[in-house]
Structure formats: C-alpha cells, structure tokens
Design a protein around this ligand. Structure first.
Ligand code: PLP
Length: 391
C-alpha cells in the first residue's frame, strides 16, 4: 500500500457533507432551506438508548474496552443476527467499530493494492471508490441500473470478475437509489462465486432493517459457502438514528478478525465505552422505535414518489428500501449536478446530483426523505415551480 501523500490526494469525499455545509450557510443567511440532501434519519435516538448511555457513564464505564468491543455487546449482536436472520455467528467473529465507514475502510485497506481490482456498486456510496483509489487498486464499477430495479445483475457482476479481482462490494438496500437486490440474483451471484475462490465479499447491509412492502432483507450471512470470505457490515447509525454516536460493527471471517483487532489497537483502541453499553440497549430493548421510524419512512416514500412523478420531465421508480429516492431527471433537459445546485440556490431544496455516486448516476438526483411530510410536500412544490419556469 503506497503510504504517501499522493494516496491521500487520490481520496475523494462525500459531497453530501459539502451540500449540508452550503445549505446551513444559506440558512444562516436567512434563507428557508429544505434539506433532502443528507442521509441521516431526522429522528432522535430512542430515549431508552440515551438513558443507557447516561447510566453507563454514571456507573463508571469510562475506560478502554477490548479493542473489538465489550463481550456483552458482541453477544447481543450475535443474538440479534440469530433473531433477525436466523444465522449463527460467534461473538469472536464480530468487531464493533466507530461507524459503518470504519469497516469499509478496513476491508478495502486489507484487499486493495496496486495491480488488483475491486468491484463496487455504481451508483453507490462514494466512499467505496474513494477508498479503493486510496489503496492504489483499480476500481471496477458494477452498474446498478434503473431497468434492473437499481439492483445488480448476477450475470453482469460475475462477468466483471477476473484473475486480478480481490474484493466485490455489495450494498442492498442501497444508497443512493433505495434499490433492493432480489434474493434470486444474490443466489445466482453466490453460486457463480464458487468459480472465484480468491474473491472476498464486503456486504454493506447498513439499511438491512429498512425495507418496505413486506420485502425481506437477504443477508449474505445466510450463505454458508461465503462465510470464510465474507465481511458483513452493519451498524446502529441508520436503524437506531445514531449517526453521531459512531457505532458500527461487522462480522469478519476467522482469517481476518485478528487483523482488524490489530488495526483497532493501532488506530482507535476501542469505541467509546458508554456508546457500547447504549448499543446493547438498542439491540435488546423494545424495537418499537425502529418499527415506527420505518413506518414513517414508508409514508414519506409514497408522498415523495407520487410527488416526483407529477413533476415535468421527472420519473421516479418506487424505492424498496433505505430512505432515498433516485428520480430520473433526464427528460427535464438538465444535467444532474447543475440541477441539484440550482435547486439549492434558487428553490431552497437541497438534493445531491447522481454523478456524486458514480458515472452511472448521471441523469438522476438523490432525495433523502429523512424530513417531515409537510417539508417534503413544500420541497416538491418548490421543485415543481422551479422546473415549470426553467424547462
Ligand atoms: N454504508 C452506506 C451504504 C451508507 O449510506 C452509509 C452512510 O450514509 C454508511 C455505510 C456509513 O455509516 P456510518 O455513518 O455508520 O459510518
């Protein structure tokens, strides 16, 4: 791995943070901005979880913990995975880390180096590509096409694999599209992977509990043939509205968990102790808040999709998971990034241009429906007025 400044210069960023900064700045100037740009729940962390953190602080949980997390938390995670997905995972294979991104960083760092290829979803979470570039590996985009429900095609994914492929990154339910890859497609991909025993898989399942219309989440953990080469990424950020707590975890194979532990010892020591105790409460306490949030996202999803499809030149497939809509704006005559910028500056609606998520994102913008229904309706009205005046 090239440990030079040049590697840092190859790193990208998440434009959602730049849009958030600009939206905040416009707000400070007195503008009324509706922020559908940032990907974080607008709900507060459930009060029982907050209380558990306060209690942990009062009880004196102030020191370092084991590098991969306290055992009761890893046991609670193993029990949660069994309850939700019916899979058996040893707490010894679980590492709690400061947010979902840290697993992503560690996994890509372990497999990426010049001369190897890493396949990643496009459009997809921008940090995948950024980290691949950081390691000097060659990023190989896996198209997530609208015609395919913003899921990958197993055939297309397998055709991208070759002797230089070391890692494939998958993400379902997906950011930025809300696409959910059907189980049949995952089955076909996993079966095909048997021809590529050297290829590891990073499955980003951070939106795994956010699916709609009764759709079940297909976890890659459910495939025994993958267990010795699968890293399953998840976390508390989205499910429990805990983005600022920096709590993530992953299930790692035997051969990699100790390397992750060493990285933790060298880099962050452990996740902050009270947050870990709160994490136990999140998993083992009542899940009503999670269900209520998903039900509210579902209501908003319907409002967003209906509203977007009524706008001139816009068509929006119904997202099946996460809390994003990814409308096709090609028929407006606008390119995606200038449209997102003009919507923010002129109409006061923050969205993200599709190209910020990859080359296959041109022609789309991302709206995060992590805002109230009245605000979503106001945003749609403003977008309608804007498009009527400019197209
Ligand atoms: N993976 C995906 C697909 C995401 O959309 C995000 C956040 O937006 C993350 C991972 C990062 O999660 P965290 O905030 O826990 O680092």
């Amino acid at each position: 791995m090239p440990s030079t400044i040049a590697a840092f210069d190859r790193m990208g960023e998440e434009n959602a943070f730049a849009v958030l900064a600009r939206a905040t700045e416009l707000g400070r100037q007195g503008r009324d901005i509706i922020n559908l740009g940032i990907g974080q729940p607008d709900f507060a962390t459930p009060p029982n979880v907050v209380e558990a953190a306060v209690r942990a602080l009062r009880d004196g949980h102030h020191g370092y913990t084991p590098a991969t997390g306290i055992l009761p938390l890893r046991e609670a995670l193993a029990a949660d995975l069994h309850r939700r997905l019916g899979v058996t995972v040893s707490p010894d294979n679980i590492a709690v880390v400061p947010g979902g991104k840290v697993t992503m960083f560690a996994a890509i760092l372990m497999f990426g180096e010049p001369g190897v290829e890493i396949v990643y979803p496009d459009p997809g979470f921008p940090i995948y590509r950024s980290m691949i570039e950081f390691t000097g590996a060659t990023p190989v985009p896996l198209p997530m096409r609208e015609a395919n429900g913003f899921a990958f095609s197993a055939e297309e994914a397998l055709a991208l694999l070759g002797p230089r492929t070391r890692l494939v990154i998958l993400n379902s339910p997906a950011n930025p599209t809300g696409g959910v890859t059907p189980k049949a497609e995952v089955d076909a991909f996993v079966a095909g992977l048997e021809r590529f025993p050297e290829v590891a898989v990073l499955s980003d399942e951070i939106y795994g509990q956010m699916t709609y219309d009764g759709l079940a989440h297909t976890s890659l953990l459910a495939y025994p043939s993958l267990r010795d080469r699968l890293i399953m990424l998840d976390g508390w950020s989205k499910t429990y509205a805990m983005t600022g707590w920096r709590m993530g975890y992953a299930v790692w194979p035997d051969g990699l968990i100790d390397r992750l532990r060493k990285l933790a010892v060298n880099c962050w020591s452990c996740v902050n102790a009270p947050a870990q105790w709160a994490g136990i409460e999140a998993l083992t306490g009542p899940q009503d808040a999670v269900h209520a949030m998903v039900a509210e996202f579902d209501r908003r999803r319907r409002v967003v999709v209906e509203g977007l499809n009524a706008l001139p030149g816009v068509s929006c497939a119904t997202p099946k998971g996460a809390f994003y809509a990814f409308p096709n704006i090609a028929a407006t005559g606008w390119r995606a990034k200038p449209l997102a910028a003009a919507l923010l500056e002129t109409a006061g609606v923050a969205t993200i241009g599709g190209p910020d998520f990859g080359v296959h994102g041109e022609g789309y913008i991302r709206l995060s429906y992590a805002d109230s229904i009245p605000n979503i309706r106001r945003a749609l009205e403003r977008m309608g007025e804007f498009l009527a005046n400019t197209t």
